[in-house]
Design a binder for this molecule. Structure first.
Ligand code: 5MY
Ligand code: ADP
Length: 293
């Protein structure tokens, strides 16, 4: 039985008669192929990535992408009839009450080959969000607080109005036990989620090493999806925080040039996470010094 994913934090959603992705109970995420070249581009990208004869993307980098199981014609969520869907791994299915962050990478989401109308719309959104100033923007998020209050999932218009300070605050809230609106984030999960040998920062650095070298693809308007759940953390699972790459409707060939747009955004995002960790370290050290006085 297909249903609308409650865990979706950004993008086109299958609600109110709109076209959007669906999930099943076996851990599959069905993303409808968008009209025109967007749909064919994303399908083509997944085919090239998963082709056994195409070994350009090393295995340790492939694991950053959702599993791909071909395409399937399904009844579309907007009632328009049959439509091909990408069959992807549902990245969220093995998490309970996950905290999820969608970060759209790059200081521009448009690319020269796109239509003038598309470029204009992108320019406007890039300028009015942190895309231009930070090299990335948060597109959506959900943070699990507790059984009583459930999730904090800010509205799309609020997320798109985030400033650099809001981004810092949200990155803190994302790894806090007190993420409710007014409290100062305690960041008590920061070291386990962002830090450590299997944490988010290490995974981002691994991706960065690849982006410094790869000239195969240019990932316009793609996102990092970062997810973890507090339950797995408490159970001591090793890789409970995951970094994934999603949304390839605007991927272009790299033609031998590095993806400096994505890479720049990635460096900037890494800097935000590193800064948060070093600020925490500093404040812990200050506390220790005070306690020893
Ligand atoms: O139309 P909108 O304003 O919802 O824009 C969509 C974007 O939402 P945003 O404004 O960034 O929150 C949306 O961004 P998110 O996935 O939400 O990060 C996509 O960029 C979408 O384009 P495509 O599916 O990648 O081709 C965008 O759709 P198109 O405008 O390209 O159709
Ligand atoms: N494979 C996946 N597994 C789980 N959730 C996903 C997956 N791909 C996308 N999502 C969810 O759907 C949202 C939108 O995905 P995206 O591919 O960016 O769609 P769109 O092209 O409509 O922008 C993401 O923010 C995330 O919440």
């Amino acid at each position: 039985m297909l249903k609308v994913p409650e865990h979706q934090v950004a993008g086109h959603q299958a609600i109110d008669g709109n076209l959007g992705p669906l999930i099943d109970d076996s851990g599959r995420f069905y993303k409808p192929l968008q009209d025109g070249e967007r749909g064919t581009k994303e399908l083509g990208f997944y085919h090239s990535l998963s082709s056994v004869s195409d070994t350009r993307v090393p295995d340790h980098i492939r694991r950053f992408f959702p599993g791909f199981y071909g395409s399937q014609v399904l009844e579309a969520s907007d009632g328009s009839g049959l439509r091909p869907h990408l069959v992807l791994q549902d990245l969220v299915s093995n998490h309970i009450n996950p905290c999820i962050l969608d970060v759209k990478m790059g200081s521009r989401t448009w690319y020269p080959e796109a239509s003038d109308d598309y470029i204009q719309r992108c320019l406007e959104k890039d300028r009015t969000t942190t895309t231009v100033s930070l090299g990335f923007r948060i597109s959506g998020l959900q943070i699990y607080e507790n059984k009583e209050s459930g999730f904090w999932k800010p509205a799309r218009k609020d997320v798109l109005s985030f400033t650099a300070d809001d981004v810092r605050l949200v990155l803190g809230k994302f790894v806090s036990s007190n993420s409710n609106a007014n409290a100062k984030p305690d960041c008590c999960f920061a070291h386990s989620v962002y830090g450590g040998p299997a944490g988010v920062l290490e995974q981002l650095l691994e991706l960065k090493t690849w982006f410094e070298d790869q000239t195969i693809y240019h990932f316009h308007s793609s996102s990092l999806l970062i997810l973890f759940d507090k339950e797995s953390l408490l159970k001591g699972r090793t890789r409970f925080a995951e970094v994934k790459l999603i949304d390839f409707a605007h991927v272009e060939e790299g033609k031998g040039v590095i993806d400096h747009n994505f890479l720049g955004g990635l460096c900037s995002f890494i800097n935000f996470i590193s800064q948060l960790l070093s600020d925490l370290k500093e404040s812990t050290m200050k506390k220790c010094l005070c306690n020893h006085k």
